[in-house]
Design a protein around this ligand. Structure first.
Ligand code: UDP
Ligand code: MG
Length: 312
């Protein structure tokens, strides 16, 4: 019998965990021609999530869990999941039921047809602010035009991956992970399913605009690269200010005449170029910072416990 693993990264999900479990339970009961595993990765939750998972495991042998030593972020928590899932395929799903488990049977059907990566594309983006939507559009646009492989838009982590994909992903041990990109990078035969993404049923999204922005500039920055980012933000603002300054003074000079010849343009262009230079030093810094983080060769996560066993 084929085995299907469901991977659920969890960070402070005590409010939603039980509802998710009920949904998954329904699914497992309705699909008894497969063997099932539900693997929770507790990503250093500060609430009661871990105890709830342990409680569920007591009554249901399908449930396994990995407990990370602290919060490593969703991207790395997912890698922990890839390492520990035992199924012939795996479905990655958020704990907050924004990804409907009712879609999983369709995914399995496509998998049985021979597709190795069945991903769900959101038809709409739900209750997101206008600016967030625009930003994500811009982000995909930049990524799509700067890489060799297709970056899929409006596609999250909700997908079914065959064992061959899991093994390929396990080989990619980078610290600065951006899994959505890696799923595309590994290639393999993909199939799309469209669905409507709902809103969180309970609890709070742990993402804010800034954290999404950071993810967008590729992965989560470690504390040491933050000053470099600061340089790029500062440079950008100076350049913008200088640009406004330039427009203002040039217009003023055109309308009211010029007291000292060339003064305004000179000042404005010094500021503008200074800003641009800082901006690009900042961007360079982003890359140097990534090199710095990768050369340390730290493991992307540390697991403390797999089920009842402490990992030594
Ligand atoms: N998550 C995680 N570690 C984190 C942040 C989030 O494992 O540091 C999990 C979270 O528990 C949830 C999923 O990642 O299962 C998606 O998180 P969230 O709903 O906050 O993100 P959004 O839906 O807003 O993208
Ligand atoms: Mg969510």
């Amino acid at each position: 019998m084929k085995k299907i693993s469901i991977l659920v990264p969890c960070y402070n999900e005590e409010a939603t965990l039980h509802l998710l479990y009920m949904e998954l339970r329904k699914l497992i009961d309705s699909q008894n021609n497969y063997e099932w595993e539900v693997l929770f990765v507790n990503d250093g939750s500060k609430d009661n999530t871990l105890n709830l998972i342990k409680e569920l495991r007591k009554n249901d042998y399908h449930i396994n869990y990995v407990d990370l030593s602290r919060n490593f972020g969703k991207e790395n928590a997912m890698l922990a999941g890839f390492d520990f899932v035992t199924g012939d395929c795996m479905v990655i799903i958020d704990a907050d039921l924004q990804d409907p488990p009712s879609l999983i049977p369709t995914m399995i059907q496509e998998w049985e047809q021979g597709y190795l990566d069945v991903y769900a594309r959101r038809a709409g983006r739900g209750k997101e602010s206008w600016i967030r939507k625009k930003f994500s559009l811009l982000f995909y646009h930049i990524l799509d035009h700067s890489t060799r492989f297709d970056i899929l838009q409006n596609v999250g982590d909700f997908r079914l991956l065959d064992r061959v994909c899991i093994n390929a992903l396990k080989k990619l041990r980078e610290n600065e992970r951006y899994n959505k990109g890696l799923f595309c990078w590994i290639g393999y035969k993909k199939k799309e399913i469209v669905f409507n993404r709902g809103d969180r049923i309970a609890g709070q999204s742990s993402w804010n605009f800034l954290s999404l922005f950071n993810l967008a500039i590729e992965g989560i920055t470690s504390f040491t690269t933050a000053p470099l980012r600061f340089a790029s933000i500062l440079g950008g603002s100076i350049a913008l200010m200088a640009f406004c300054f330039l427009i203002f003074y040039v217009t003023k000079t055109l309308v009211y005449g010029d007291e000292v010849k060339g003064f305004t343009t000179l000042i404005a262009s010094i500021f503008f170029l200074g800003g641009i230079q800082l901006l690009f030093i900042g961007i360079l810094g982003e890359y140097v910072g990534r090199i710095f983080n990768e050369t340390k060769r730290r493991p992307p996560y540390i697991a403390y416990q797999y089920n009842e066993n402490i990992i030594q």
